[in-house]
Design a protein around this ligand. Structure first.
Ligand code: ADP
Length: 684
């Protein structure tokens, strides 16, 4: 025997010696010295060395017996096989040269007949049949080792491997050769491949188990091995069954969890949408749509309690026609599922309207509407009162699942909260509107008598001063009357401005205005009335021309200066500065007064807003002035901003666009002064 390992030889010797032993059939190990000429054998193997030992024995004995040998193997196996054959004294060079031994690379040979992932029968017959014919020429027998099926198997191309086995069998019908195939047993791991293993075995005339079985020398040992393998197979089957059961229950849990996650996501999305709106109609639409989605239906109603009478008023609906909606537009207590839910203050489930007594009076109309089941849930306010009813309808008889009931309760709670919030907001808006309306009317009504009061008081004051009728305390009292009446008038005018802004009636009349002149005038008028404060004024020598409303801009300057004075209760300097900055006129009013807390600063220009320190220090005011200032400045295309540090004073800055001609002047000046950056800018 050529090239067999000691171990293998020992195995074969035992086999030979027990050839007559009735247990031989338990060890179907081939004896390559006596090959059956046209046999298709498959050998499973665990270790490469075992395969190579078998292979070298197969090829070695074949060559020694004068048979032609064709080996289609991997490169690595060829190298090892050559070494083993040469070590066994085989003259490979001569065998190759004479064509007795043909060695082909498995991957390359496969490529010659594989088409679109499958072996092509014609190409296979041509390529492999041709080679076999050459090897067989002039020789008695041919031995072939084929590893191409093994390669396909390792790549997971199971169908292609089985097809290739079948093609070998087809070739067998016309050509005589012994064919030895090999598959690594580890490539059959997994339950899914047990059927495939059967296919591979069926494709072969003889099947030889892997070496851990065939290497056993004792018949009794082999029988024990079979028992152990059977037991292993059983326990594996049991394990597989257990695993499959566990997988099935995991899948069920996973599916349930996925549904819960989806439900939570829907709830979350709804809550985001609901917190994003305070409009009741939007809230109701969102809630109904979400509830219908969860129930997998497209019919539903959402009604709110009718404050006028005991019953419900329909607000939003989906899936019903106009005649039915007209019938449920207003539902009395106890009417249908909604009315019964309203009356009982709890959930009402009507699984089948055809049999439920609740619907006895309405069968005909619900048939026309096209629903068979209803699920009505009360919407309860935080104080426990009912505010509405959410109903979902189904086209077929339906019993709500635990999940549906749980979800609809949540949706109903969210809806009730959102509706309550929206109602509170609506009430607040209504109250604000009433307040604004009242303020506007009150201001209008107060303005006329006050104007006449001021006029008369001033007339009287002038007469008194001229005629000297009243002096001292009386004259002073007269002065106080006029001053306070003027103050009152100012407040009323501010309120009227607010009303104008709210109704979009505050307008400006543009004429060319020199901001410098305007500021100087206001400062001079103010200075005359001050004792504790000083007002410093810095103005450019050139005019600051803007297209603006003289009266309204004066109001802006007056407001900022009087605030600076008012909120510097300990006196101190006020700085007023107007200047040109680029295309803009900039006005700064700076004081060293009480300043404004950081948190209040972003809100200062809102209607009725007053900084917290103004209230705590009992400074009187209505929080209107800056609101009006901002509106006037905005109407002029400008901006107003504040910088302040509490306790250290504030600076208000107003920027207004310069008149276009003034801007054109700047551009002209700029181009003139190129190359002379220190030249001062001059507005025309
Ligand atoms: P009012 O002065 O009547 O309250 P305003 O709209 O003119 O209303 O001003 C809004 C608020 O801004 C004031 O209540 C005050 O808290 C704050 N404020 C305005 N100007 C100043 C200032 N120069 N210094 C400190 N606080 C100011």
């Amino acid at each position: 025997m050529i090239g067999a390992t000691n171990n293998h030889m020992a195995t074969r010797e035992v086999m030979q010696s027990s050839i007559d032993d009735h247990s031989f059939h338990l060890v179907p190990q081939p004896d390559w010295s006596m090959p059956r000429d046209s046999e298709h054998v498959v050998q499973f193997y665990e270790a490469d060395t075992f395969l190579l030992d078998m292979l070298s024995d197969y090829v070695g004995t074949g060559l020694a017996a004068g048979a032609g040998c064709l080996v289609v193997a991997t490169k690595a196996h060829h190298v090892e096989l050559d070494e083993r054959l040469q070590a066994a004294g085989i003259d490979l060079l001569t065998a190759r040269a004479s064509g007795q031994y043909v060695a082909l690379d498995a991957a390359e040979t496969l490529a010659t007949f594989m088409v679109a992932g499958s072996p092509d029968s014609r190409r296979f017959a041509t390529v492999i049949g041709g080679i076999i014919a050459q090897v067989a020429h002039g020789r008695g027998a041919v031995r072939i080792f084929g590893e191409m099926v093994g390669l396909l198997w390792l790549e997971g191309q199971y169908d292609a491997a089985i097809q290739l086995e079948a093609l070998w069998n087809v070739l067998h019908a016309t050509q005589a050769f012994a064919l030895f195939c090999a598959y690594p047993i580890h490539s059959f791991g997994g339950d899914a491949l047990s059927q495939r293993l059967g296919d591979v075995c069926a494709a072969h005339a003889r099947v030889i188990p892997a070496e851990s079985y065939t290497a056993l020398t004792d018949a009794d040992e082999r029988l024990r091995a079979i028992i152990q393998l059977q037991q292993k197979a059983r326990s594996l089957e049991a394990e597989i069954a257990e695993r499959q059961a566990a997988e099935a229950s995991l899948r069920t849990v996973k599916d349930r969890l996925e549904v819960q996650v989806a439900d939570l996501r829907h709830l979350h999305e709804l809550s985001i949408r609901l917190t994003g709106t305070l409009d009741i109609e939007t809230v109701l639409h969102e809630v109904l749509a979400a509830a219908l989605t969860v129930h997998g239906t497209n019919m539903g109603l959402l009604s709110l309690c009718d404050p006028q009478r005991q019953g419900l008023k329909l607000h939003v609906s989906q899936g019903f026609d106009a005649p039915f909606l007209a019938q449920v537009a207003s539902v009395p207590a106890g009417g249908g599922a909604c009315g019964t839910c309203y009356e009982r203050r709890r959930r009402v489930v009507v699984e089948d309207v055809e049999v439920d007594p609740i619907f006895a009076p309405y069968r005909q109309s619900v048939r026309l509407a096209g629903f068979r089941a209803v699920h009505s849930t009360p919407l309860m306010a935080r104080n426990g009162t009912i505010i509405g009813v959410l109903s979902v309808h189904f086209r077929q008889p339906h019993r709500p699942s635990e999940r549906e009931t749980r979800l609809i309760d949540l949706y109903a709670q969210m809806a009730a909260d959102a509706i309550e919030n929206a109602q509170l907001y609506q009430n607040a808006q209504d109250a604000i509107q009433v307040r604004d309306h009242f303020l506007s009317i009150a201001a209008h009504e107060l303005k006329t008598p006050l104007t006449s009061l001021i006029g008369t008081a001033q007339l009287l004051q002038r007469r008194i001063e001229r005629d000297g009728i009243v002096t001292g305390a009386g004259a002073k009292a007269m002065h106080v009357i006029v001053a306070q009446a003027k103050r009152l008038n100012k407040m009323i005018l501010s309120l009227l401005d607010v009303s104008r802004i709210d109704t979009g009636r505050l307008t400006i009349e543009r004429t060319p205005v020199d901001l410098s002149v305007l500021v100087r005038r206001v400062v001079e008028e103010t200075q005359a009335t001050l004792d504790k404060h000083t007002v410093e004024c810095r103005l450019p020598s050139e005019p600051l021309l803007i297209e603006g409303d003289d009266v309204r801009l004066e109001q802006v300057v007056q407001n900022l200066i009087s605030n600076a004075i008012k909120y510097s209760p300990n006196g101190g300097p006020i700085a007023v500065q107007a200047e040109q900055q680029g295309h803009q006129a900039r006005l700064l009013v700076r004081d060293c007064g009480m300043g404004i807390p950081k948190n209040d600063q972003p809100h200062l220009f809102q209607r009725f807003y007053r900084a917290t320190n103004a209230d705590t220090q009992h400074m009187s005011g209505m929080g209107i002035g800056l609101y009006v200032v901002k509106e006037i400045v905005t109407l002029h295309g400008g901006t107003v901003a504040v910088e302040s540090c509490e306790g250290a004073g504030s600076t208000f800055t107003v920027c207004l666009p310069l008149q276009p001609e003034a801007q054109a002047g700047i551009v002209a000046e700029r181009s003139d002064m190129l190359g002379n950056p220190t030249h001062s800018l001059k507005a025309s």
